[in-house]
Design a protein around this ligand. Sequence first.
Ligand SMILES: C[S@@+](CC[C@H](N)C(=O)[O-])C[C@H]1O[C@@H](n2cnc3c(N)ncnc32)[C@H](O)[C@@H]1O
Length: 276
Amino acid sequence: MTSDKAISEHYLHGYLLQAIRASIKKLGKTIDNISIEDLAPVDEFHIGGRLATENLLNQLSFSEKHHILDVGCGLGGAARFVADKYNNHVTGIDLTEEYVEAGKSLCAWVNLDKKVFLQQGSATAMPFQDELFDGGYMLHVGMNIEDKELLFREIFRVLRQGSSFGVYDVMRINEGDLTYPVPWATEKSTSRLATPNQYRQALNDAGFEVSKENNRRDFALDFFRKVLEKTEASGGPPPLGLHTLMKESTSIKIKNMIGNITADYIAPVEIIAHKN
Ligand SMILES: C[S@@+](CC[C@H](N)C(=O)[O-])C[C@H]1O[C@@H](n2cnc3c(N)ncnc32)[C@H](O)[C@@H]1O
């Protein structure tokens, strides 16, 4: 079993906040005028970034009155976007301390620190009371979590009746040897992929009702193609981007993702579930 420590070590950057500050300077901005749109290329760490978040949110019934849970929030980019869009409160939890600490600074820079609360912890044992949240989502997190049923039971516990919950994870579509490294794992032994059916089963067993499932393969390939085209046209990556997080391993991870998705071994998939 992959330990929580091994997962947060996989994501550990070492000097992430400094790297983001340096990139903001390169953008010609400061921490006083940086916007959530400027930060999106680095703080939405999933295939398709902000566009993918919006697509998932359009299928969930979040509103101004809701307190929303972001499971595995990373730097909290989606959490800030949700709090800003719905003018509500969002709590994010993530295993990687460095992401949470950097994320708190980002919340303060864009004046969302009274609406977005980020905290370190595990999604499989959350320090939250039962039925605290009115809805939630999880973006590219389950690939690190072996026991999906435990995960979804824990999420079910902290959601109120009537909540909708959106999953957008990379899932196993067909058998076949993946090429590593990929963004969530350096090698096979630390990857915890599951099929859409396994997700649905785990969600159902936890008490959720699943209403929708969308395979986002074409969207993903289009996203990666655009990232490569932009990088080539500008002679390198933009100041803020996925390379700010993944450093020198970025290009090999993107190349492997394109290969693995093109082979139809994996794809990002959305699943919409409800606690009725
Ligand atoms: C690919 S990143 C996605 C981050 C964020 N959801 C986003 O889309 O920007 C995966 C995140 O899942 C977190 N994670 C993995 N296993 C976790 C667990 N058991 N509990 C909480 N967070 C976890 C990692 O620390 C990492 O920040």
